[in-house]
Design a protein around this ligand. Structure first.
Ligand code: SF4
Length: 292
């Protein structure tokens, strides 16, 4: 039987996939099978994230030419931000790797900041209508943050580290392009770090050096038009809740169930779905079901 990962042509699960499963697992699957639809709202949200990143991080002028170069750049950019987190008070767009029940996990944390001496995860979400988030939105965003928090804890507890990363991504076999090597020299990357294994070690060490993690996570909602803050929501980190999330989402990835459409009481979500009435007809009106 073809595994779900093969069917979706994936080698790792993104943390954002897990969040998407909480919105509609069927839609998450269809995005992989038919291609994600990039809406105006997604483009606006991306522009706000880029502006925030520009405020917090020094731009790293490296242009990858290969997979090895790309993975190096992600680690190097995150390493530079993590190394200055305590001094600057915040760091944005931090790459994170981990593993859940044998699945490779990858994500990009919007922001880490120092809060009362602890490292706090903050996720920025943009909203087109300027209204406070619904419970459905809060639950998907919260799931994403709790998984990030677990991944950070796994690195801090050394249950995921450089050895796991090397074996998952075969870092030892990757070679950086000559052009990329020239770029690293030109922007002054320390010579000891101009090699992918050394970079991976420095990247995980920077995580280990972060210090105590906050027991809370935070979501900040921003208005897409005005860029004003709509609201800030804090949630406690709870291991049982994370385990429940993992148990729920793995049913799909393990192939124990088909992708689940939204529940009857949440079929209003279908009105906003690009697949409604085309690739997905679960609540299509012709079947006698109304999405309003
Ligand atoms: S139409 Fe509704 S159930 Fe189907 S994928 Fe979209 S949101 Fe999910």
């Amino acid at each position: 039987m073809v595994s779900v990962m093969s069917k979706l042509k994936k080698t790792s699960i993104k943390v954002s996939d897990i969040a998407a499963q909480y919105w509609c697992e069927r839609q998450m699957e269809l995005n992989y099978l038919y291609g994600a639809k990039i809406t105006k709202e997604i483009k606006k949200g991306k522009a706000i994230h880029e502006a925030l990143e520009g405020e917090a991080n020094v731009p790293i002028m490296l242009q990858p030419r290969s997979y090895a170069d790309s993975i190096y750049k992600s680690m190097y950019t995150s390493y530079v931000s993590l190394s200055s987190l305590r001094e600057k008070g915040k760091a944005r767009e931090i790459q994170i790797y981990g593993s859940i029940n044998g699945y490779k996990m990858v994500g990009r944390i919007d922001q880490l900041e120092i809060d009362k001496g602890d490292v706090l995860i903050v996720e920025d979400k943009t909203k087109a209508n300027g209204r406070v988030p619904s419970d459905a939105q809060l639950s998907i965003n919260k799931a994403q943050l709790l998984i990030y928090r677990k991944m950070l804890e796994d690195i801090a507890a050394r249950s995921y580290g450089i050895e796991n990363f090397n074996s998952a991504y075969q870092i030892n076999k990757l070679v950086l392009s000559e052009e990329f090597m020239r770029q690293m020299e030109a922007i002054g990357v320390e010579s000891r770090l101009r090699e992918i294994n050394a970079m991976a070690s420095a990247f995980f060490k920077a995580y280990l050096d972060l210090g105590r993690l906050s027991d809370r996570v935070r979501i900040r909602y921003i208005d897409q038009s005005t860029h004003d803050e709509i609201g800030i929501y804090n949630f406690d980190y709870n291991k049982n809740e994370v385990n429940d999330i993992i148990t729920y989402v793995l049913k799909y990835w393990n192939g124990e169930c088909e992708s689940r459409p939204v529940a009857e009481q949440e079929k209003w979500k279908c009105k906003f779905c690009a697949f409604f009435g085309k690739e997905c007809k679960v609540y299509w009106p012709q079947k006698g079901l109304n999405v309003t």
